[in-house]
Design a protein around this ligand. Structure first.
Ligand code: IVH
Length: 670
């Protein structure tokens, strides 16, 4: 016999978890912390473990099922899954609108604009509110049964919410992988020697066609619903906009970027707005969809062959365009690395005018043999630097010759050296090179380094070009009178700048180390070195062997650090900084530990100690303990009855360790 109180508690927990899923995945407005959610989940899992008779298929714990053994069963769609025809510009769209108006005998038509996601169409069937079946689009008439895999999509409810649940509802939508998810997934693929996915669509499709749902569960799949197929037993809204609200109330995620617009002008404004914001959306879209908003009018319009007459896709301009290479320039970075850049005849790619594309390095350039005069394809993906994806060799002019990489720095004329297996070419001029000098000063003054407000690119150029600043230590010698001689610099700005430079003298060791721009030393390494050595003097005195005792410092970094501090020029700059009154705040000593610098998340209940004690003990050993699992998490420690953090860790490929490992770490003295 199962006590009534247990039954009730199990039901109450399921209700609460569903509601929190809804708040999180549909409203994007969670009301509890991950830890609280995990606790509810763990309690439910424990009760179901104790009373297995209580487990139901729609319990939030039942997402990952058994592997499919004999392929995916075919599913015939009750109503065909249509595809969309395209419009390729204003004129096309005006034609579409005219046809709609004529058929409806309407003046102005109200449309709804929706983002067109780059994923995979899915049909999900709910009976009495419970997820029964999910199928791919297939050829539009027959798809494949991927129920077990769709169940693992966390944003997809296993049970619909509310009291007004239709008896039978087939929702349609798009399964997709958000940009961040694809990045993490591809990093994991590469780490496991696998091939990265070329685009989010392939990644989503590959993930849904896994035989083992446990594998799919590790893929960061998401869902947006945008239509319905079969529907029975319930009232129906009048408009597409109302339908999306209705789906949302049932606990189904819908895209928040939809907008009701009037006529062609409204559609075009929506298109332009989303195109402009495309890069800042957390998922890839390849265009927008316009749909006649009235569902009655949709029925009146019907479909021709496989496409509805009431909807159309309007894609964004291609992200790849042909253009001409007008010149190849070589830029010099902070560490002296020479980067070849193609100067292009300006061309609009994905709505942005592109005039430069990186050619990466001398090696890449030679391998691809891109020449001035070539016609190339440029691609712009997201906010990354445009790249050349291909050369049209048939269009190469007879006069085009291979690019000869300079053997002297184009800025200071020093000879260049090849390093890192010939991949990178560096100017040997060091701080004698004005290009490196400028970048070094910029980096030193940047926010995460010494944080000197008001030192921008233009000002640094002037400071270096006039010879006022040759090393970062010279900044502290600048007077108001010096600065006043510069262009666009009044007395007041000069005073403010001198004040800001003065204030930056009070700094911390990690900021200083990062700001010095030591090769191989980024922010995280600067932190790690600071914790280990506590003072600049101790670090400067350390030999390579001592340096390698610091977590994450390998022979390459150790050598780079040692070389930096033994370089007479750098010694002089450091002495000058000291003389200028640099004050480094003392570090709190932390004994080196295996967890120093690691980001750790705790989940589940620990047997040996309280969570607060575990957190404090880890922190005392230099670890960062955080609440939620992200790609930056190094370890998840799972106690008894861990919650959803485990799933998330697995999805992101973060190692999960047990309480024994935690005890092991804590055996080291703090
Ligand atoms: S509506 C009857 N809305 O685009 C219209 N489709 O070629 C059915 N898609 O297979 C689709 N975002 O995979 C619709 N907001 C959206 C969409 C969308 C992406 C995909 C869908 C469909 C294809 C149409």
């Amino acid at each position: 016999m199962i006590p009534k109180t247990v039954r009730e508690r199990v039901e109450a927990l399921r209700q609460q978890i569903r509601e929190h899923n809804y708040l999180y995945y549909v409203l994007d407005n969670p009301e509890i912390t991950d830890a609280e959610y995990d606790a509810l989940f763990a309690e439910l899992a424990a009760l179901e473990h104790e009373y297995p008779q209580l487990v139901t298929a729609d319990s939030p714990t039942q997402r990952v099922g058994e592997p499919v053994t004999d392929g995916f069963r075919p599913v015939r769609h009750g109503q065909p899954m249509l595809s969309l025809s395209n419009v390729f510009g204003e004129d096309d769209l005006a034609d579409f609108d005219r046809r709609v108006r004529e058929r409806l005998s309407a003046g102005v038509v109200t449309y709804i604009g929706e983002p067109k996601l780059d994923g995979l169409a899915i049909s999900i069937l709910y009976e009495e509110g419970v997820l029964k079946q999910a199928a791919t689009r297939g050829d539009g008439t027959v798809g494949e049964d991927v129920t077990a895999n769709v169940r693992t999509v966390r944003g997809c409810p296993l049970r619909l919410r509310g009291s007004d649940v239709p008896a039978r509802l087939e929702v349609r939508g798009e399964i997709y992988i958000p940009k961040a998810g694809l990045k993490a997934l591809n990093a994991r693929q590469l780490a496991a020697q696998g091939r990265p996915f070329a685009n989010p669509r392939n990644a989503a499709a590959g993930s849904l066609r896994q035989q083992n749902p446990a594998v799919t569960a590790q893929r960061p799949l998401s869902l947006f619903c945008y239509a319905i197929g079969e529907f029975a037993g319930g009232g129906m809204p009048d408009t597409q906009d109302g339908l999306l609200d209705f789906l949302k109330d049932l606990g189904l995620p819908v895209n928040p970027e939809r907008r009701v617009v009037e006529g062609v002008a409204g559609c075009l404004a929506y298109h332009a707005d989303l195109q402009r914001r495309r890069d800042s959306l957390p998922y890839d879209i390849d265009g927008v969809v316009y749909k006649v908003n009235s569902l009655r009018d949709q029925v009146r319009l019907g479909a021709v062959s496989r496409s509805p007459r009431w909807a159309v896709a309007h894609k964004f301009p291609p992200e790849e365009m042909p253009t001409r290479v007008e010149a190849i320039e070589v830029q010099v970075g902070r560490t002296g690395a020479l980067t070849p850049v193609a100067v292009l005849r300006p061309v609009a790619v994905g709505g942005v005018v592109v005039s430069h594309a990186t050619l990466h390095n001398a090696f890449e350039l030679a391998r691809r043999d891109i020449r001035v005069g070539d016609t190339v394809h440029v691609r712009r993906a997201g906010d990354v630097i445009p790249e050349i994806t291909g050369v049209r060799l048939s269009e190469r002019p007879a006069s085009a010759v291979p690019f000869v990489f300079p053997d002297h720095c184009p800025v200071c004329g020093s000879p260049v050296v090849r390093a890192e297996g010939g991949m990178i070419t560096r100017c040997a001029g060091g701080l004698f090179c004005d290009a490196q000098r400028k970048q070094t000063v910029r980096h030193f003054a940047s926010r995460r380094a010494l944080d000197i407000e008001g030192i921008g690119e233009k000002l640094v150029d002037q400071l270096v070009d006039t010879g006022l600043v040759r090393t970062v230590a010279d900044l502290y010698r600048l007077s108001v009178e010096d600065l006043e001689t510069l262009e666009r610099m009044g007395r007041r700005s000069a005073q403010k700048l001198v004040e800001a430079i003065r204030a930056s003298r009070q700094t911390t060791l990690p900021k200083l180390l990062y700001g010095l721009g030591i090769p191989e030393v980024g922010e995280a390494t600067a932190q790690m070195l600071s914790r280990h050595f506590c003072t600049l003097g101790a670090l400067m005195a350390a030999d390579e062997e001592t340096l390698m005792k610091v977590p994450d410092i390998g022979p390459v970094a150790a050598h780079a650090i040692r070389t930096f501090f033994t370089e007479p020029h750098n010694e002089k700059v450091l002495a000058a900084l000291k003389a200028a009154g640099l004050e480094i705040a003392p570090m709190e000593a932390v004994v080196p530990s295996a967890v120093a610098g690691k980001t750790i998340v705790l989940t589940g209940s620990l047997r040996g100690l309280t969570r607060a004690d575990a957190q404090a003990a880890l922190r005392a050993r230099g670890a960062k303990v955080t609440e939620s699992v992200s790609a930056r998490t190094d370890y998840v420690v799972a106690g008894d009855d861990p919650g959803s953090k485990i799933e998330r860790a697995r999805a992101l490929g973060v190692p999960v360790v047990g309480e024994e490992q935690l005890q092991e770490w804590l055996r080291e003295p703090a």
